[in-house]
Design a protein around this ligand. Sequence first.
Ligand code: NDP
Ligand code: 2IT
Length: 444
Amino acid sequence: MSYVDEVIEKVVAQNPAEPEFHQAVKEVLESLRAVVEANEEKFRKEALLERLVNPERQFKFRVPWVDDNGQVQVNTGYRVQFNSAIGPYKGGLRLHPSVNLGIIKFLGFEQIFKNSLTGLPIGGGKGGADFDPKGKSDREVMAFCQSFMTELCKYIGADTDVPAGDIGTGAREIGYMFGQYKRIRGVYEGVLTGKGLSYGGSLARTEATGYGLLYLTDEMLKCNGKSLKDATICISGSGNVAIYAAQKAQQLGAKVVTVSDSTGWIYDKDGIDVDLLKDVKEVKRARLTEYAKARPSAEYHEGRGVWTIPCDVALPCATQNELDIEDAKTLAANGCFAVAEGANMPTTLEATEYLQANNILFAPGKAANAGGVATSALEMSQNSERLSWSFEEVDGKLQNIMVNIFHNLDDAAKRYGMEGNYVAGANIAGFEKVVDAMTAQGIV
Ligand code: NDP
Ligand code: 2IT
């Protein structure tokens, strides 16, 4: 049996009931076959792949807090410190009822390669809890965040592990967590990114993932003789990534006609009104029905369905496995020519293969959404030098990073005779740097 197949089998056997983690490992290792085969003897001897798929360490902890009725609630918190070969662990904190160890491990594993692709010195990690901030008062969110950080603060630090936002963790949650870290540890340091501008945050971090997604998509289209100008775009999600993806898409001359949340979706034939969407989601924290009420051109539909609307470009920006094989077939039949992942692993393996086989340009999340973590690394740099850069300076660096990422993965795919396969290109380019650093540092 090949080394790749052996390791995939072991991962499935040793990590039962973690289907998302299996999926992420399979996607990466399958596309690394050519690289692994070229170095099989050495990699096997050094158990390189086994070391890559096993986190350096992981924490699971109790998070008790008191709700507004005086009732004690208990959630489970996680932090997986996956790989520190190229820098301190870096990755977000997801707060969502679906969170479990397998989800955090899939996200942490993806983060290793994503962070490597940014070209910046950050290792891979991820964390979170099965806490649902939706419908909670600010006081309840604060109580949860303080309890969560009371435990997490033992394992993180500006030079060891630097968490940030993800689903359910935005500026409010980062603020409460930062306050508690500082109170317990007694140090004012850049231990979290995505901070508010008044206490060490970076301009353009809020926009970075969505903007970066569009910078990379724009470059991918240009290099394939296409353009975002006048393109019709379907976006899923209506959170941090989706909102700023829609904003930048419009700035680049495209028309965004859909957004969604966990209960329904909007088709707005006149193009999404981003200011209204921001008011509904960022200020009122309301459902998309509020958007539809305020916007005569918008239709609201229950359930899922954004991929049924004909589009040129699809940008899944909500959550994992939200674009399946049936969606891929519908997109292809409707003439879609590019899919770029704003979310982490939103496209199933089967759907990804279908899109690629039908010559639809496909940019995987670990490249396409790397602008968020890249800008987090820029926030770390600013915190270290105790300076703040202008919006234009950060945004300019972000653009360069995204364009470079695209060319790195394009080149890596070409080097291995897989031109146009950006999934393979991203995995190979991300892997090469991590392997080089792991090899240089010996068996650790
Ligand atoms: P937010 O919490 O801001 O928004 C998430 C959006 O996705 C909401 O509209 C939410 O709807 C929807 N959503 C979440 N879970 C589900 C689900 N199970 N089914 C249907 N819809 C769902 O998160 P972000 O925008 O920050 O994150 C979106 C994706 O992007 C995630 O995959 C995240 O890992 C990834 N990402 C985020 C980065 C960042 O910097 N924030 C960086 C790189 C990747 P509702 O509000 O109804 O739950
Ligand atoms: O998935 C991701 O890259 C993020 N949620 C952002 C991580 C970060 O450290 O900014």
